[in-house]
Ligand binder design. Structure first.
Ligand code: AP5
Length: 220
């Protein structure tokens, strides 16, 4: 399956993507994680991305689209992928359509995670990420690590993302409403959007998502 995951910052896209990708045996491709990997390796792309991410703004389309395309062309993505954080505006969605059409492929579903803004703010404020692997995500209240500040999966140090400050989160939410939400209408016009509530325990949201994706697949 080829799936796009969409939702506001802190909706739980990364959290759900980890489970969904495993259940569906497809790679989880997160442009945010790819940028953070570049930042920790101090590449030129990482330096450029950081200057935008720290302000809560989108990294320019040209570099983002090239990076996402390169990742989607890796052998593990041949049979499908779960995109998290890409596309993030209508031009990226159009570029993705062109890339898929060139390969005679198409998207199967766009899974839209709905969460009220006050919950999103609580989720982001308590989020802690592992320095070794940004796919290892915890929360000081909702998903406590066994030992404070230490990753359960690999023992790495847990830290708070630079772009999780209150001011930057406010900007990221504004960018989400103005630039990312329009892709939901773009994909509704293609009949691809499945909206679920992302409230409740993580496992319940995963189950809701799997059922919604199955219904969408059966309807085709
Ligand atoms: P990115 O990394 O994509 O961040 P985001 O979209 O803002 O989303 P987050 O990672 O903040 O949240 P999430 O929805 O994954 O939530 P999570 O699962 O962690 O992008 C960062 C930046 O990179 C952008 O601002 C931009 O600058 C740049 N960028 C990335 N892609 C780009 C693109 N395509 N174009 C241009 N620029 C781009 O969950 C949050 C917390 O909640 C966690 O602590 C988790 O444990 C907890 N939680 C999750 N689910 C639940 C639940 N059900 N109940 C309780 N707690 C929960």
């Amino acid at each position: 399956m080829r799936i796009v995951l969409v939702g506001p910052p802190g909706a739980g896209k990364g959290t759900q993507a980890a489970f969904l990708a495993k259940n569906l045996s497809i790679p989880h491709i997160s442009t945010g994680d790819l940028f953070r990997a570049n930042i920790s390796k101090q590449t030129e792309l990482g330096k450029l991305a950081k200057s935008y991410m720290d302000k809560g703004e989108l990294v320019p389309d040209e570099v983002t689209i090239a990076m996402a395309k390169d990742r989607m062309e890796q052998p593990d993505a041949e049979q499908g992928f779960l995109l998290d954080g890409f596309p993030r505006n209508v031009s990226q969605a159009e570029a993705l359509d062109v890339t898929l059409q060139d390969e005679s492929m198409n998207l199967d579903a766009v899974l839209d995670l709905e969460v009220p803004e006050d919950e999103v703010v609580k989720r982001i404020a308590g989020r802690r990420i592992c320095r070794n692997d940004s796919a290892h995500v915890f929360h000081v209240t909702y998903k406590k690590p066994k030992q404070e500040g230490v990753c359960d999966a690999c023992g790495g140090e847990l830290y708070q993302r630079d772009d999780d400050s209150e001011e930057t989160v406010r900007k990221r939410l504004e960018v989400y409403h103005t630039q990312t939400e329009p892709i939901i209408d773009y994909y509704k016009a293609q009949g691809l959007v499945v909206t679920i509530s992302a409230l409740g325990p993580v496992e319940e949201v995963t189950q809701r998502a799997m059922e919604a994706l199955k219904r969408e697949d059966d309807d085709k």
